[in-house]
Design a protein around this ligand. Structure first.
Ligand code: HPA
Length: 280
C-alpha cells in the first residue's frame, strides 16, 4: 500500500477509537486560521480529539495553533473543525501538511471551508478586511500530489478549473451581504514562509495577479480538490503586505488583528455553513 495513504488510514483507525463516527458523520470540514481559535463557541460541540492523541498525526508548533479536531453542529450541519493546522514551514513533508484534510474527507466531509490570515496587496484592500478566495497561485510550494498517484484519493492529473466552487461562493457572497460584512473577492497566493515576503516578492505576486499572500491553504485545496471535495475559502487581511505596509510585519500584529476581527469572521462562517445543506 502507498505509505502516504497508509499513514492517513492509520490516523483514521486511531481516531475511530477516540470518537464514534457511527453516531456522528461530519459533512463539512472547517479549517480555522489564525485568530479563529475560539470558533467552537459558535458550535454545538459533540466531541473533541486532540491532535497529539492521534498516532502519527502532525502536531503544529506555532504559538496560537494548539491543535484539535472539534466535532459538532453549525445549525443543522454536522461539521468537523480543525483548531490549528500544520504549515509547510514547520518542516513537515508536504504530504503531512495535507494529511488532516485527507483524514477529514475519510471521516465523511465532502465540503472543505478553508480560512486563513493573510497580507493584502490589492490596493483596494485594507487591514481588517475579508476576501473570499476565488482562485489561487502556488508560489514555490511543493505540490502535495507529487509522487505515485494515490488512486484511492483521486486521478493522476486533476482538473483545477473550479477549485473554489461557484455555488459555495454564491452562498458566502449572499451571506456577507445579509450580514452587512464587507467582502472582497480575489486570488490567494501561497508562499512557503516562515519569512514574510520581501517588497520585491510582493510586487511579483501582484504582477502575477495575486490579491493576498499567505503561508497555507493552497496545498490543502490541491489535496481536497484531488479527492473531489467542494472547496471554499475566506482570507482575513490581517495586515498590508510588505512594501505596502509602512511598518515591519510581526506575527503578534497578525494575531491581534485576527482577534479583533474574530466575531465578524465567525458570523460569516457560521451563517454561510448553515446554508450549505443546499449543496451537500
Ligand atoms: N504574508 C504572508 N503570510 C501572512 C501575512 C503576510 O503578510 N499576514 C498573515 N499571514
Amino acid at each position: 500500500m502507498n505509505p502516504v495513504y497508509k499513514k492517513v488510514l492509520r490516523c483514521y483507525e486511531d481516531i475511530q477509537k477516540k470518537f464514534d463516527f457511527s453516531q456522528f458523520r461530519p459533512e463539512v470540514a472547517i479549517v480555522l486560521g489564525s485568530g479563529l481559535g475560539d470558533y467552537a463557541s459558535d458550535i454545538k460541540v459533540v466531541g473533541e480529539v486532540g491532535y497529539e492523541e492521534i498516532e502519527g498525526f502532525p502536531v503544529s508548533t506555532v504559538p496560537g495553533h494548539a491543535g484539535k479536531f472539534i466535532f459538532g453542529y453549525v445549525g443543522e450541519i454536522p461539521v468537523v473543525c480543525m483548531k490549528g493546522r500544520v504549515h509547510y514551514y514547520e518542516g513537515y513533508p508536504i504530504t503531512d501538511v495535507v494529511l488532516p484534510v485527507r483524514l477529514m474527507n475519510m471521516m465523511g466531509a465532502k465540503v472543505l471551508f478553508l480560512t486563513n490570515a493573510c497580507g493584502g496587496l490589492n490596493p483596494e484592500f485594507e487591514a481588517g478586511d475579508f476576501m473570499m478566495i476565488t482562485d489561487h497561485i502556488s508560489m514555490f510550494v511543493p505540490n502535495p500530489l507529487i509522487g505515485e498517484n494515490i488512486e484511492e484519493f483521486g486521478t493522476r492529473f486533476p482538473d483545477m478549473s473550479h477549485v473554489y466552487r461557484p455555488e459555495l461562493q454564491q452562498i458566502i457572497r449572499e451571506t456577507a451581504k445579509e450580514q452587512e460584512i464587507k467582502l472582497h473577492e480575489g486570488i490567494y497566493c501561497q508562499f512557503t514562509g516562515p519569512v514574510f515576503e520581501t517588497p520585491a516578492e510582493i510586487r511579483m505576486a501582484g504582477t502575477l495577479g495575486a490579491d493576498v499572500v499567505g503561508m497555507s491553504t493552497v496545498v490543502e485545496a490541491i489535496a481536497a480538490n484531488h479527492m473531489g471535495m467542494k472547496i471554499c475559502g475566506i482570507s482575513f487581511v490581517s495586515n498590508l503586505a510588505a512594501g505596502i505596509s509602512p511598518n515591519p510585519l510581526t506575527h503578534e500584529e497578525v494575531q491581534e488583528a485576527a482577534n479583533i476581527a474574530a466575531p465578524k469572521f465567525k458570523k460569516l462562517i457560521t451563517e454561510s455553513v448553515k446554508k450549505f445543506g443546499a449543496v451537500l
